[in-house]
Design a protein around this ligand. Structure first.
Ligand SMILES: O=C(O)CCC(=O)C(=O)O
Ligand SMILES: [Fe+2]
Length: 270
């Protein structure tokens, strides 16, 4: 794994709110990640979470069939697959996330396989952080391409620097590609940047960077393994997100999110 970040790369991330790391995985590592993903997905039998079928669970049937065809979304594979656990809990990933975000410690918020199947719908422009159960402008994700991510099959796009202007308000993610610009009309004229990646390359993006992805216009798969990172020291903001009902019942807004079984600390400067 190419886990060393140059000062230039860190500066680029801070400027743009995203960073592409080419050839992040070696061919052997890519093979390992693919096996871990396929095994973990197979074991899930379509359930989104280890303990539940759905996350948000709402929406009418027409919407559901649309969203089901944006991508297969399988969350917290690290919890029920040993190979994936080893990959996701790697301290070196946490260190990269810490260096980019400026956080001193990094916890896993949740991992997520995002698989755009043949002919999948696009991923509308959206923000990540407003969905999460903590509010931190430094929160970020890694997105590892396990197939070539191309213009044709649904590579990511980012709006550089947008993370400095967006907030924790959630514009949602609808069918309308550009709906987010109703919330942020001042960003409507900004240019986007495409991030095609070879399999084994990765990107990091701030959860407040506006991002989306093309439709999959091909009969092939676009598999990605991602992980959302929470800077250590964050507290519950009242949003359930992926937390179970029991967990939400246990938490008061303001409580520290430091349950190792849910949000393991994978890196700490101290
Ligand atoms: O893979 C995609 O299409 C979208 C990815 C995304 O939104 C994310 O990783 O936050
Ligand atoms: Fe996202």
């Amino acid at each position: 794994m190419r886990t060393e970040l140059t000062p230039q790369a860190i500066a680029q991330y801070q400027e743009d709110g995203f960073l592409v790391v080419d050839d992040f995985l070696s061919p052997e590592e890519l093979a390992t990640w693919r096996i871990a993903l396929d095994e973990a997905v197979e074991k899930r039998k379509g359930n989104k979470l280890p303990d539940r079928k759905e996350v948000y669970g709402k929406g009418d049937d027409a919407d559901k069939s649309y969203y089901d065809n944006v991508f297969d979304q399988l969350i917290n594979l690290w919890m029920d697959n040993e190979k994936m656990r080893e990959l996701m809990l790697d301290e070196r990933l946490g260190k990269m996330a810490a260096q980019l975000s400026g956080a001193q410690g990094i916890r896993i918020w949740h991992d997520q396989a995002l698989i755009k199947k043949p002919w999948a719908n696009p991923t509308s422009w959206h923000l990540d952080t407003p969905y999460w159960s903590f509010s931190d402008r430094r929160a970020l994700s890694i997105w590892v391409a396990l197939d070539d991510a191309t213009y044709e099959n649904g590579c990511l796009f980012f709006i550089p620097g947008s993370y400095r202007q967006t907030t924790f308000e959630n514009p949602g993610i609808g069918k309308n590609m550009g709906a987010i610009f109703t919330t942020y009309p001042e960003l409507k004229g900004n240019k986007s940047v495409a991030a095609p990646m070879k399999a084994g390359s990765c990107s990091f993006h701030n959860g407040l960077t506006i991002h989306g992805a093309h439709a999959n216009m091909t009969p092939g798969y676009r598999r990605a393994m991602t992980c959302a990172y929470m800077p250590d020291g964050n507290t519950f903001n009242g949003i359930p997100n992926i937390l179970s009902e029991e967990e939400v019942a246990r938490l008061q807004p303001g409580d520290l999110l430091n349950n190792e079984a849910l949000n393991p600390l994978i890196y700490s400067e101290r």
